[in-house]
Ligand binder design. Structure first.
Ligand SMILES: [Zn+2]
Length: 506
């Protein structure tokens, strides 16, 4: 590949950095490049998520220049996904940031493996043909790694469990819902799917001198999906997964009845659908929901079975990476729902996750967090908590989650969540892992939101980054992808890292 001429000069970047610093809540000075070379007293990792298209559009060296000016020392390079959250340019319908091609890739975006899949690692899986086609023969890891190394920047490959249904082999390994219908998602108990993830992790770690893997899997079990317990999903009680023969086999081994679980999910579906039609059970919504759980404990058991499958894959990926080279690091992305859904929180233990990873990227996105948290409240407020006025439900939930003084439901999307939210989620994670792994909160830099919802500003990213570091995080991961970040916001995050590092030296 031939790096294109830089559309951004350093002077322009420093100008945006100056604007960012001026807008920040705390008085800051714009660091000159000479200051950036000084090693920090306490090493704080400042990572950024970036996809292949940014290096193609803007050139490898110019992008690395911008990263270094924002004090980035680690790249999380999107290497495998079919999703637009981590790969591709700005998502359709959202304004382009002030760099990169100002043209939608909606028609050309495909996704897949942006490195070179080496066939020997995929012999035990039907998922053999995953090469991303949109950048021709470009191998993004081979293209970026030497340039990053030269500058002392670490490089991790990000891999994400998001597929598309026209990938060869996918139809053979998809999940089955409780009514026996195939879905578009991949079964995490299927041996071919497990072999794919370990094969991919091994391939990347054996074929390239990378620093490790960051694994993304935001998928939820059937109980949470039936209730719409995340921020973005539909309330999909009629289609929840996975009840395929591999899951049935795992259930038998665990002594869980498939028939009872299926009957329980039928009852749960009836409850949810009646709630959505506003048909109140005579004992009220919450009591009826709790009764389904009491009468069919298999509903809960099957949800835990889903998590078991997911965590088994995490453990296998971890083992594969360590098997490739002992000093490689493994990180897991901990999805946003973990911070605002108490039911989800109960399904995860930080001390357990710490045994499977060297670091956790705990999502603490505060700008889009307002909009997402409001959606979550509306979702759970339309089924199990339908009897509770939604603003009161929000206040109640704030208490359960240990949030303080966030905006009310009507203003939450425009206000976003506060830097204090970032600090509290960081602290909770640090307390949970007890020093057994590092906590690198994910910082929201221009994650797309609805038209009237909070948009990131330099003082937001500065304050969020500062809050995470002051709470004790060992670093941050600027998210979701460089191709949606405005440079002033990125610069402000870098300034917060430098300020914090400087304050530690004193
Ligand atoms: Zn299955």
């Amino acid at each position: 590949m031939s790096p294109l001429s830089p559309p951004l000069t350093r002077r322009r970047f420093l100008r945006t950095a100056a604007v960012a610093a001026g807008a920040a809540a705390t008085p800051v000075t714009v660091a000159q490049p000479a200051n950036l070379a000084a090693p920090p007293a306490i090493p704080i990792s400042n990572g950024i998520q970036v996809g292949a298209v940014s290096f193609v559009d803007e050139g490898v060296e110019p992008v690395l220049d911008i990263f270094q000016q924002a004090s980035v020392d680690t790249i999380y390079l999107t290497t495998f996904t079919y999703g637009r959250g981590l790969a591709g340019r700005q998502i359709p319908g959202q304004p382009f940031p002030d760099h990169g091609k100002q043209e939608s890739d909606e028609k050309t975006f495909h996704g897949g493996n942006y490195a070179t899949p080496h066939p020997q690692y995929y012999q035990a899986t039907v998922l053999k043909e995953t090469r991303a086609p949109e950048h021709g023969d470009l191998d993004i890891v081979a293209a970026v790694l030497p340039a990053a190394r030269k500058r002392g920047i670490k490089l991790f490959c990000s891999i994400e469990d998001v597929f598309r249904n026209d990938v060869p082999g996918v139809k053979e390994v998809t999940e089955m819902d409780w009514q026996g219908r195939r879905s578009n998602t991949l079964c995490l108990f299927h041996p071919d799917v497990r072999a794919f993830w370990t094969g991919l992790a091994t391939d990347l770690c054996q074929s390239y001198e990378i620093d490790g893997i960051l694994f993304f899997n935001e998928r939820n079990g059937p109980l949470l999906n039936a209730l719409g317990a995340s921020h973005a999903q539909n309330i999909a009680s009629s289609r929840v997964t996975c009840f395929c023969p591999h899951h049935q086999q795992a259930a038998r081994a665990a002594g869980i009845s498939f028939e009872r679980a299926r009957d329980g999910y039928r009852k749960l579906d009836q409850f949810v659908q009646a709630a959505l039609r506003d048909q109140r059970p005579s004992d009220g919504y919450f009591v009826e929901f709790w009764r389904v759980l009491m009468e069919y404990p298999e509903v809960m058991a099957w949800d835990r079975l889903f998590d078991q499958g997911k965590h088994q894959v995490l453990a296998e990926v971890n083992a594969a990476v360590k098997g490739a080279r002992k000093n490689l690091q493994v990180g897991f992305h901990i999805e946003h729902v973990n911070s605002f859904n108490p039911i989800f929180r109960a399904t995860r233990r930080y001390d357990d996750l710490a045994t499977k990873a060297d670091f956790l990227k705990v999502v603490a996105y505060n700008n889009c967090g307002g909009e997402r948290y409001a959606s979550f409240i509306r979702n759970v407020g339309s089924t199990i908590f339908r009897d509770v006025p939604k603003d009161e439900l929000l206040q109640f939930n704030n208490h359960l989650l240990n949030y303080s003084r966030e905006a009310g439901l009507g203003e939450l999307a425009t206000a976003g969540l506060s830097p204090d939210y970032v600090a509290r989620e960081t602290k909770r994670a640090l307390d949970g892992v007890q020093g057994k792994c590092r906590i690198l909160p994910g910082i929201d830099i221009d994650i797309p939101t609805g038209r009237n919802s909070r948009k990131a500003k330099p003082d937001d990213t500065f304050a969020a980054t500062q809050a995470a570091l002051a709470a004790g995080a060992q670093g941050v991961i600027l998210s979701r992808k460089y191709s949606e970040m405005r440079l002033a916001n990125l610069a402000a995050a870098g300034q917060a890292v430098r300020n914090f590092t400087k304050s530690q030296k004193r």
